[in-house]
Every structure is written in structure tokens, then in C-alpha cells.
Design a protein around this ligand. Structure first.
Ligand code: URA
Length: 423
């Protein structure tokens, strides 16, 4: 069957066979299928869906589109965590080094910004010199050296996801349970970790707006992970409000470094501790002697490693091993040349800061992409001075926007003002 037949078949709501899905993934990976036909099939999948068997086929072909790593030569339990996408969601930047400081080897393939959500790879690339696209051998070398590595899909690792992910970002084809499940799980299976913790974001700023949808996505991914012989679990976490106080690449790395320094916003620290504890629980199932069996003890271990600087040191080690200049983590990142303060026009309590609007506003300021391959402005974004539950006085700052061009401010300000509620 030709790719055109597959598009028409899926548009009519019919099932694709395992062989058809394999042919599609091979065509995408090898460049034989042009972007416009790939995008058309992605859109058909968004409308007609894929059942669990089709999703499994897509995931496995995507995972095997490059090398699938065997990490058994590395010591200890290998773990990975992945978020399904949120706004201000910089948890990987904390959880990966923190879990490594707790004794796990953290082998993670991450993504770039997707739709209105940020991506860990874009965030890490705010650090001058940082290289995410590592050859497989280098990925393993970094793991051996530091116990933690965060890399991107590459020509060698999950290359099909690289193509599909970039296209989905700019063709309105992100919000689909099977496409998200296959994208996330193909990377997890290719990277080779024994334990996979999935952070399924739910709410205004997530791709899954309701808990019911988030649970369907969680169930689909866990089934795939366990079917592949991995220890796999999911937690559904709230994404109605941006996590922490910053949205935008370098701003988020700096905030994550604060949390690793034992400071930073409480909601972000809490989410990171929860995810680390759950990841260590999976690791304890794999090697009961190496990790605490009890949840409270795992949490205490994670808190200790956060507060005594060992997790922060792991981040520095990982960044150095991946070629990054750690001085920006210590002395601060170059700042965007322009700032605009959004002031409150009344006194009261902030009851809502729409996460999707915050993500879109950061995108408008230059932190995201409109077209495939667009450069991003790592310094652009926003810092929230107030979050839901905070009191505010008329004239007080709600938020500060940062950009390299003042003409980007009005649209971002309009979007945010519409989605910040004060009562
Ligand atoms: N993260 C991914 O890697 N893929 C998605 O589709 C969504 C979040």
C-alpha cells in the first residue's frame, strides 16, 4: 500500500496493519515519505485515533528506527522519567540529577518544545556548549562517567520520533493519545532504562485537559512499558497553572538550579520530590537492596540529596560531561535585553494564571517555534510574581515579560491578561 492509501484508510477510520505502520515509519525515517504526507497521516490519526495494538506497533517501529541501547554493562539500576508536556515544567532538570545522586543511573532521551509546552532539550541548550544530540556511545560514556545523561533524539536514537515530533509541533497534531504515547515510549524503549516513570500532566496547560484523558494516556503508556519488560508506572500531576514561577528556556534552567540548591518555589520542589520518590520506588522493585523499601525513607533520601548539594553537583557534572559551560548556572544566564512588567489593575486575590496562555505567551516572546527548525530565543520568557492564592494590590507586579524585541510584548501581554483572574 502507498502512503496515500494509508492516509485515506485512516481518514475513513480503518485500522492500519502492523506491516503498514512499519512501512510508514521506515519511509519517515529514511526520508522517502515527504513531510506533507506524513503531516496528513498524523492529522488523520488525530481525528480517527489508533487502537492499542496500532499504538504498540507504532511505538515499537519508532523505537527501532535507530539503535536501541543495551545499558546492561553499566552498574546499578537504570531509570528514566518523562513528562507528557507542561508549562514551566522543568522537573527533569531537577529529577534526573537528584535521582542520580540517590544512586540511580539516569538515562534519558528528552524532547524539544512541543506546541505551547517547553522541551527539556531546548532548555538545556540555553547553556552555552551543551550538546544534547549525542552519538549512542557518547551517551553511554556520559552515563558511565556521571551516572546521568539527558540527550535528544538523534539520527541514531529514535530518529523517527525526531521527524514526527518536529512536524507535530507545527501542524496542530500534538493532542492525540496514541501519538503522544508512541512518541514518549519509543524514546524510553530506545534509551534502554529498566525503570520508567511517566509524569502525565493534566489540566489547562497540558495536552490532556481532563483527568479521564490523562488516565487513558497513562494506561496506554504503562501497558507498552510493562509489555516491553520494563518496570513502568505513571503519576497524573496538575498543570492548570505554570509549575514554578518561570516559563522560558534559560529562565527555567536557572529556576531548576535554585531548587537543586535547596531553594526555589515550593510547588516545583514538591513535584520533583514526588517524581523522584516514585522513580526510586520502581528502582527498589528492581534492586531492593540498593534503595529504601519505604516511601517515607525514599522521600527523606531525596530531600537530603537536594539539600546537601549532591544533586546540584550531579547537574554540574552532567552539564560539563555534555560540553556545557557551567558558569551560567553559577553566575547567571545572559538576560534578554527588554523587560515589560504587567501590573495589576486591582487589589484582591489571584485565583487563576492560565498555564496554556502562559506557554503561548512565552512562545510569542520567542521561546518557542512557529515553523519547523525555527531558532528560539533562549533568554525569552516570563517570570510570574504572583500565582493563584497570592494577594495582590493595585499597581503591584503580576508578571514580567522578557524578550529581544519590544514589538513582541503587546500580543503576549494581551494573552496573559485575559487568563489571569483576580477576585
Ligand atoms: N513528550 C514527548 O516526548 N512526546 C509527546 O508527544 C509529548 C510529550
Amino acid at each position: 500500500m502507498s502512503i496515500l492509501d494509508l492516509i485515506q484508510k485512516k481518514r475513513r477510520g480503518l485500522r492500519l496493519t502492523d506491516g503498514e505502520i512499519g512501512g510508514f515509519v521506515a519511509g519517515v525515517t529514511g526520508g522517502a515519505v515527504p513531510d506533507y504526507q506524513t503531516a496528513a497521516l498524523l492529522m488523520a490519526i488525530c481525528f480517527a485515533g489508533l487502537d492499542q495494538d496500532e499504538t504498540l506497533s507504532l511505538t515499537l517501529y519508532m523505537a527501532r528506527s535507530g539503535r536501541t541501547l543495551d545499558l546492561s554493562g553499566l552498574p546499578g539500576v537504570k531509570g528514566d522519567k518523562h513528562s507528557t508536556g507542561g508549562v514551566g515544567d522543568k522537573t527533569t532538570l531537577v529529577v534526573a540529577p537528584l535521582a542520580a545522586a540517590c544512586g540511580l543511573t539516569v538515562a534519558k532521551l528528552a524532547g524539544r518544545g512541543l506546541g505551547h509546552t517547553g522541551g527539556t532539550v531546548d532548555k538545556l541548550e540555553s547553556i552555552p556548549g551543551f550538546t544534547a544530540a549525542l552519538p549512542a556511545e557518547e551517551f553511554i560514556n556520559v552515563l558511565r562517567k556521571t551516572g546521568v545523561c539527558v540527550a535528544s533524539q538523534s539520527a541514531e536514537l529514535a530518529p523517527a520520533d525526531r521527524v514526527l515530533y518536529e512536524l507535530r509541533d507545527v501542524t496542530g497534531t500534538v493532542e492525540s493519545v496514541p501519538l503522544i504515547a508512541a512518541s514518549v515510549m519509543s524514546k524510553k524503549l530506545a534509551a534502554g532504562a529498566d525503570c520508567i516513570l511517566l509524569d502525565v500532566k493534566c489540566g489547562d496547560g497540558a495536552f490532556m485537559k481532563t483527568r479521564a484523558d490523562a488516565e487513558v494516556l497513562a494506561g496506554s503508556m504503562v501497558l507498552i512499558g510493562r509489555g516491553a519488560g520494563r518496570s513502568c508506572a505513571a503519576v497524573v500531576t496538575e498543570m492548570d497553572t505554570p509549575l514554578g514561577r518561570t516559563v522560558g528556556n534559560a529562565l527555567e534552567v536557572a529556576e531548576a538550579a535554585e531548587v537543586l540548591g535547596g531553594r526555589g518555589p515550593e510547588d516545583l520542589r514538591e513535584c520533583c520530590l514526588l517524581l523522584t520518590e516514585k522513580l526510586l520506588e520502581l528502582a527498589a522493585e528492581r534492586d531492593p537492596g540498593a534503595f529504601p523499601a519505604d516511601g517515607a525513607a525514599r522521600r527523606a533520601l531525596a530531600e537530603r540529596k537536594l539539600d546537601d548539594g549532591q544533586a546540584y553537583q550531579k547537574l554540574l557534572d552532567m552539564v560539563s560531561a555534555q560540553g556545557g559551560d557551567t558558569s551560567v548556572l553559577i553566575k547567571g544566564f545572559p538576560e534578554a535585553p527588554y523587560r515589560l512588567e504587567i501590573l495589576s489593575d486591582r487589589s484582591g486575590e489571584v485565583t487563576r494564571v492560565g498555564a496554556e496562555a502562559a506557554g503561548r505567551a512565552a512562545g510569542l516572546l520567542g521561546a518557542g517555534r512557529r515553523r519547523k527548525g525555527d531558532p528560539i530565543d533562549h533568554a525569552a520568557g516570563l517570570a510570574l510574581a504572583k500565582k493563584p492564592g497570592d494577594a495582590v494590590r493595585a499597581g503591584e507586579r503580576l508578571c514580567e515579560l522578557r524578550a529581544s524585541d519590544t514589538s513582541l510584548f503587546p500580543a503576549a501581554e494581551r494573552l496573559l491578561r485575559e487568563q489571569i483572574e483576580i477576585r
